[in-house]
Design a protein. Structure first.
Length: 430
């Protein structure tokens, strides 16, 4: 007797109705566009665009079931023009005989070439099929404009940690499709750990949970241990999504470690990103930003260091460019810190955006024509170099309405303190 092979947990736990679907509230809430479309019993050809494991295929199938349409799955990888025309012919016949429309689902629709895409056009236009597709790539880059103009694009977001915990808890409590028969106890904190390393991917979270639960059952345990969880998710830990939460967490850790002058932590987070395949130029751009945001004039050499590291990466590439970035990161972490320039620009920008457009004081205006001179443009301007201190102290440069504004408040750190002292201004204490 052959042993029945059980499908993976992620496949078994696919929602059976729209109401069971977790996540994508902007599309599926009562006011969501898909929910309203279903309520009106109207359906248009559409593409579901989003990261892996958020339910693109499942949602498309649920929509077809809800509207009682025939469902036909199609592969963008192996299908040719001949197969497309055969499916269209069947859809036309089914429509005439049964009066039921066909939803043609194409996974990885961005893989279709131009000829394949053009083959769909007449059938989408005359309503023979409702074309639905799923893609992880930006459809505006991959689909031709003629086909894309006939499709609505629904963007699916990465699932949140709470979404994943809800999905996994449902699997643990389901005795028919889920893991309840294993009798394994899993805490909310443990589920959050699975969710963290799944990076918004329900498939990864569920399959890791299933593996850990089966390992526990084989070991005669009723609860998950830290080792079992680590064993189950170890492959996921090595995964690095360049646009996911882990990506932003790691760059945040690098930035904040440099800001706190922790050289070793800064090097560690840099290595975590580079060794996982992060775009080195992305890191370089963030280091350049840091040089002005968190160091500024406390160490003016920081900006040239950061720009030089970025240019080195562009010139010599990787892996050689790693050392240039490491050198820049060590410099940033070791340098004196000041956010005075960053804060000053922020306050100035706020005034520029939130107040009326104050006119430039007349004495600061340019006067290239005779008329402008007659109107007083430039009258009363004082040339700074004519003064002993190189500054006309009694000439105002801000609009009257902003007189007395103080944006730049230097810190008494590094070169910034020396610069202000040389100008005869007292730097604020650190």
């Amino acid at each position: 007797m052959e042993k029945t092979v059980r499908a993976p947990l992620a496949d078994r736990m696919r929602p059976k109705t729209i109401d069971e679907f977790v996540g994508q509230e902007s599309l599926l809430s009562e006011d969501g566009v898909i929910r309203r479309m279903l309520a009106a019993q109207e359906l248009y050809s559409f593409i579901l665009w989003g990261p892996p494991g958020v339910g693109k295929t499942t949602l498309a199938r649920l929509i077809a079931n809800h509207l009682r349409c025939k469902w036909v799955a199609f592969s963008a990888v192996i299908a040719g023009i001949k197969e497309i025309k055969a499916v269209m012919s069947d859809a036309e016949a089914f429509m005439k005989l049964e009066g039921v429309r066909t939803i043609l689902f194409v996974d990885e629709i961005h893989r279709f070439n131009k000829a394949q895409q053009d083959a769909f056009l007449p059938y989408v236009e005359n309503g023979t099929i409702i074309l639905t597709g799923a893609t992880t790539e930006n459809p505006s880059f991959e689909l031709n404009s003629a086909l894309l103009s006939r499709l609505k694009v629904f963007v699916l977001n990465e699932l949140t940690g709470d979404d994943l915990v809800t999905i996994m808890r449902r699997a643990l409590n389901d005795s028919e499709r889920g893991l309840k028969d294993l009798g394994i106890t899993v805490s909310d904190e443990q589920l959050k750990l699975f969710a963290t390393y799944a990076s918004g991917d329900a498939r990864t979270a569920l399959n890791s949970l299933e593996l850990a639960s089966l390992l526990a059952k084989q070991s005669g345990l009723s609860e998950l241990s830290e080792k079992l969880i680590t064993d189950a998710i170890q492959k996921t830990i090595l995964k690095y999504d360049k646009t996911g939460e882990n990506h932003y967490n790691l760059i945040s850790a690098l930035h904040k470690s440099m800001r706190n002058s922790d050289v070793d932590a800064s090097l560690y987070w840099l290595a975590r990103m580079l060794e996982a395949g992060e775009d080195p130029l992305y890191v370089a751009r963030r280091v350049v930003r840091f040089a002005s945001e968190d160091i500024g004039l406390a160490a003016p050499q920081a900006l040239p260091q950061a720009v030089a590291a970025m240019q080195a990466v562009e010139l010599i590439g990787m892996p050689e460019g790693k050392l240039a970035l490491a050198q820049a990161v060590v410099f940033m972490a070791s340098a004196p810190k000041s956010n005075a320039v960053y804060a000053a620009y922020g306050m100035a920008a706020q005034d520029a955006l939130s107040t009326v457009e104050h006119p430039v004081p007349v004495h600061l205006r340019n006067a290239p024509t005779k008329l402008m001179k007659e109107l007083g443009y430039g009258k009363g301007y004082q040339y700074a170099h004519d003064f002993e201190e190189g500054r006309a102290g009694n000439m105002r440069c801000l609009p009257d309405e902003l007189s007395g504004r103080k944006y730049y408040r230097p810190k008494n750190r590094g070169f910034e303190g020396k610069l202000m002292a040389a100008e005869g201004s007292k730097a604020l204490p650190s």
